[in-house]
Design a protein around this ligand. Structure first.
Ligand code: DX5
Ligand code: ZN
Length: 236
């Protein structure tokens, strides 16, 4: 029934849904945020791209500051930027609940993670599809979230890379083996037809951009994603 068989497995049955605002309509961002909040989102995923680490440029801390005023949902900031150390303060000051930096971009990852935590917010480390898990092993006990990219970062609407499932499974095994509380977040290409296997592999938080914002009813999309994930976990 459950993956581990004991009562301590119950928290793993919860899968949090984080709609990615990258796929929202930026001409009415406040309304989009309210709609997913009412629709049952657990947190809001906010993608920051700098035109260097990834080609596109999105938006900065000012948007986080203003969105913060209109929602109670935690703002989960995914920094796809070079030199994240130069930017983390801006996003924390703007009201981010969680700041995630890429292992490939943070030269002194341990220092950056410790700094983010010292500012009283959750710290996440993201790894690109081709980056080995070793990149996070030594900071695994320090970070709150490991974000496993399941597409190459930079754009929404890309197909999920199936080989990342093995990486999610291996990471979950390591977290359980070390009895850590670290959460696994999976970002990119999550859809109704694959969220079950993503949850079974060990995702605690799934980011969903187009799977939410390209549908006519966000509440239905969020509900169906969560229900499909939970059903897959119950079948294990
Ligand atoms: C991609 C971003 C994702 C993106 C996901 O670089 O980090 O958060 O918005 O979009 P979907 O869910 O459409 O793949
Ligand atoms: Zn993201």
């Amino acid at each position: 029934m459950t993956s581990g068989g004991g009562p301590d497995t119950l928290p793993f049955m919860k899968v949090r849904i984080a709609p990615s605002l990258l796929a929202a309509d930026f001409s009415k961002l406040g309304d989009e945020v309210r709609a997913v909040e009412i629709g049952g989102a657990d947190l809001l995923h906010f993608d920051v791209m700098d035109g260097h680490f990834v080609p596109p440029i999105t938006v900065g801390a000012i948007a986080v500051r203003d969105l913060r005023k209109g929602t109670r949902l935690p703002l989960d900031v995914h920094l796809m930027v070079d030199r994240p150390d130069d930017l983390v303060d801006q996003f924390i000051d703007a009201g981010a609940a969680c700041v995630t930096v890429h292992a490939e971009a943070a030269r002194h990852l341990d220092r950056t993670v410790r700094y983010v935590k010292s500012r009283g917010v959750r710290a996440g480390v993201a790894i690109n599809p081709a980056t080995p898990l070793n990149a996070v092993y030594y900071v695994l006990g320090l970070v709150d979230i490991v974000l496993v990219m399941s597409v190459n970062p930079g754009w929404g609407g890309q197909p999920f890379l199936d080989y990342t499932l093995a990486k999610i499974e291996a990471l979950k095994g390591e977290i359980r083996h070390r009895k850590l509380q670290t959460l696994i977040q999976v970002d990119g290409g999550v859809k109704l037809d694959n969220i079950g296997k993503i949850a079974k592999a060990g995702a605690d938080i799934v980011v969903a951009g187009t799977a939410v914002f390209s549908t006519p009813d966000y509440a239905v999309a969020i509900r169906d994603l969560r229900a499909t994930a939970v059903a897959a976990l119950q079948k294990q």
